[in-house]
Design a protein around this ligand. Structure first.
Ligand code: AMP
Length: 395
């Protein structure tokens, strides 16, 4: 079946058309600057990227252009919309309302809307994308796949903050976790690769990208993860601070006169490796600068690896052991230097780096030596394929 996967932001809409039988991506692209002017970037599998400026006052026009591009005589990949069997939508926050993917209908959309306060930048945009697709393809099934759903198996002691309990009861303040589609996909793939049921394994998945999170997957279930109520908690990220002392908010307010919005902007957009290095959130830039002797870039990379290693250690404790550690996403898959920086911290687990294997790019590979007591792997994630598969499973 062909599944159209949609990942909608407030002013953008990413899409992929996937043939779930062959697992092939048929075409992909992005609509940018929706509500401003509008631009469609479209790429057929194996083809060149085509960019065209198109007026996109709302997401409805964006969807219209995507569907036209997919059916275009010269560069399209389908003849009619009947060839799209279903649409899988990434929905960021499902709170406690959703423990798994769902078929979207009016009642479900209202329940997703109830979660909007928890992800004000993401959920409303996700819903706009769903409605635009419903308008364009009224008889095609729409499925919602939640970033938070995989982590709904976390035990109470992992998700409750040390805050007054009524904030959880009244306002649902708790840890939720994100990147669930990726953590689920990679942990299942790890089990396939090592040839054991996922139910018999303790796996730590390190999803290291622009946003980064780590997940402890015990017997196929998420038992803890580093992101919390929002994707700000946990690791030091591209521009997000991760774990900090909350009293820093008051301190910065007193010192710099920052209000809550100012401080949130700093913590989300001006912190992380970018904030430390004052240079870039991209690890390629930081590595270049490190090679030229830049102290702050070197420090940013060291802080990043140290935090990753500390989280791995805490999840070994949470699961009372670990069988496999997997690196994935932009940095986890491509940056052998970051992996090489993390590995020495794992010596107490009987892990040693296979330097030659660590330099292999873009494929599934074991980067620990054969003698290591715990296997460390690189497993490329594919969130779009995971969403497409979930969509087919649900139907
Ligand atoms: P993601 O959010 O998973 O798409 O990851 C994006 C990030 O991955 C970028 O900001 C870079 O820091 C990092 N990245 C991507 N490609 C490479 C590469 N070849 N080497 C090092 N880092 C990379």
């Amino acid at each position: 079946m062909n599944v159209l996967v949609i990942n909608c932001g407030s002013s953008s809409l990413k899409f992929q058309l996937i043939d779930t039988d062959s697992k092939d991506m048929l075409a992909k692209g992005i609509c940018e600057r929706i509500g401003i002017d509008g631009r469609l970037v479209y790429q057929k599998a194996g083809g060149e990227k085509e960019k065209s400026d198109k007026a996109m006052p709302t997401h409805n026009e964006a969807i219209k252009y995507v569907l036209e591009a997919l059916q275009n005589e010269a560069t399209g990949v389908i003849k009619s919309l009947d060839e799209i069997g279903a649409v899988g939508h990434r929905i960021v926050h499902g709170a406690e309302n959703f423990t798994e993917s769902v078929v979207l209908n009016d009642e479900i959309l209202a329940k997703i809307e109830e979660c909007n306060d928890l992800a004000p930048l993401h959920n409303p945009a996700n819903l706009i994308g769903v409605r635009a697709c419903q308008d364009a393809m009224p008889s095609t099934p729409m499925i919602g796949v939640f970033d938070t759903a995989f982590h709904q198996t976390m035990p109470e002691h992992a998700y409750i903050y040390g805050l007054p309990y009524e904030y959880y009861e009244d306002y649902k303040v708790r840890r939720y976790g994100f990147h669930g589609t990726s953590h689920s996909f990679v942990s299942k793939r790890v089990a396939e690769i090592v040839g054991k049921p996922v139910e018999d394994l303790k796996i730590i998945v390190c999803h290291l990208g622009n946003g980064s999170s780590i997940c402890a997957v015990k017997n196929g279930k998420s038992v803890d993860t580093s992101m919390g109520l929002t994707p700000l908690e946990g690791l030091v990220m591209g521009t997000r601070c991760g774990d900090v002392d909350p009293a820093i908010l008051e301190y910065l307010h007193n010192k710099k006169g920052f209000d809550v919005d100012d401080i949130m902007k700093v913590l989300n957009k001006e912190s992380g490796v970018y904030g430390i290095s004052k240079l870039s959130s991209d690890f390629r830039d930081l590595t270049d600068a490190k090679l030229k002797g830049d102290h702050k870039a070197t420090l940013a990379l060291t802080v990043f690896a140290y935090r990753v290693a500390k989280y791995i250690g805490s999840y070994v404790a949470a699961m009372n052991g670990v069988d496999v550690i997997a690196f994935t996403a932009g940095i986890g898959e491509n940056d052998e230097l970051v992996r090489a920086d993390v590995m020495p911290y794992l010596g107490y687990l009987g892990i040693e780096l296979d330097e030659e294997a660590n330099n292999i790019r873009g494929e599934e590979v074991t980067i620990s030596t054969k003698d290591s007591k715990v296997q460390v792997m690189v497993v490329p994630t594919n969130e779009e394929l995971a969403i497409a598969r979930e969509t087919v499973n649900l139907l």
